[in-house]
Design a protein. Structure first.
Length: 288
């Protein structure tokens, strides 16, 4: 999976997202475009678009949706500090891949909503219906979902929706069925301790589970590396330790399930995660 999957297209010309603190809003109001260019270096966590991510093997997408202040069209946008592409365009891009690859399955995790009223949720639900239609798998028990089941039913999309709206729509899976605990640290060692502890506490059945192999910059980190950005200052330096942790994991009910990262093309992140599936095949004879 990819963290802030849509952030390859963050628009420096856009307003600041409504979720940003007043200090950031003030910073941008004083320094304008220069401030936004610096922000982008820290807010863009991916460089590949949806089609490229899918082609490389990404199947879980972390999606955060926002309205834009004073937007007469009431459009919905992906957002992480600044606004990214229109949601409709991104969902259509993913659908084009699914239509060309009828045995592929994706997880769309709508986990943050900013500035959205009931009307906006209704608009997004209708958009999902219009774009994916019968490709969407209705919410059932997580442990009943296998590729074989999805292929037989011709389902290709599982939509997770972290809002009470999910309880009213059969094809929306409640957000609690896709927990994604967040370490919120810049320290690779603390991150690994957190990841290990969260897997140990993971319930054996009843939900999917995201391990976020993601470091989060503090304000002081941003100030020190203001011109270089997230990738160079944090992600690339921490990559060897994070990859070592992934290689030692076991998949399955008491192990890892979905693993997300920034800049998914770095190192051999995608191929290493995919290889973990084969470890599950090998271990099946030993499980009860």
């Amino acid at each position: 999976g990819s963290h802030d999957s849509f952030s390859f297209y963050i628009d420096e010309a856009s307003p600041v997202g409504p979720e940003q603190p007043e200090t950031v809003q003030n910073f941008v109001s004083v320094f304008g475009t220069v401030a936004k260019k610096l922000m982008r270096k820290w807010l863009a966590t991916q460089t590949m678009n949806f089609t490229s991510q899918l082609g490389a093997g990404i199947r879980y997408f972390d999606l955060r949706i926002s309205t834009k202040p004073r937007d007469p069209d009431n459009e919905l946008y992906f957002a992480h500090g600044l606004f990214s592409a229109k949601v409709k365009e991104g969902l259509e891009e993913i659908n084009a891949f699914l239509t060309d690859h009828p045995k592929e399955v994706v997880f769309l995790d709508f986990n943050h909503f900013y500035g959205m009223q009931k009307y906006h949720h209704e608009k997004l639900v209708q958009m999902l219906k219009d774009i994916y239609g019968n490709k969407m798998c209705p919410a059932i028990f997580a442990h009943e979902v296998s590729l074989q089941y999805l292929w037989e039913k011709e389902y290709q999309v599982l939509v997770f929706y972290h809002s009470p709206v999910a309880l009213e729509v059969p094809f929306l899976w409640p957000g609690q069925m896709m927990p994604a605990p967040w370490a919120n640290t810049t320290d690779p060692e603390k991150l690994i301790q957190f990841l290990q502890a969260s897997i140990t506490e993971r319930r054996k059945k009843g939900s999917f589970f995201v391990s976020q192999v993601v470091l989060t910059p503090k304000a002081s980190t941003v100030v020190k590396g203001v011109a270089s950005g997230l990738r160079e200052t944090i992600t690339e330096r921490a990559l060897p330790a994070m990859m070592q942790w992934i290689r030692t994991q076991k998949p399955g009910e008491s192990g890892v399930n979905i693993i997300t990262a920034d800049f998914v093309e770095l190192g051999d992140f995608i191929s290493t995660v995919i290889k973990l599936n084969y470890a599950m095949d090998e271990g099946e004879d030993d499980t009860t």
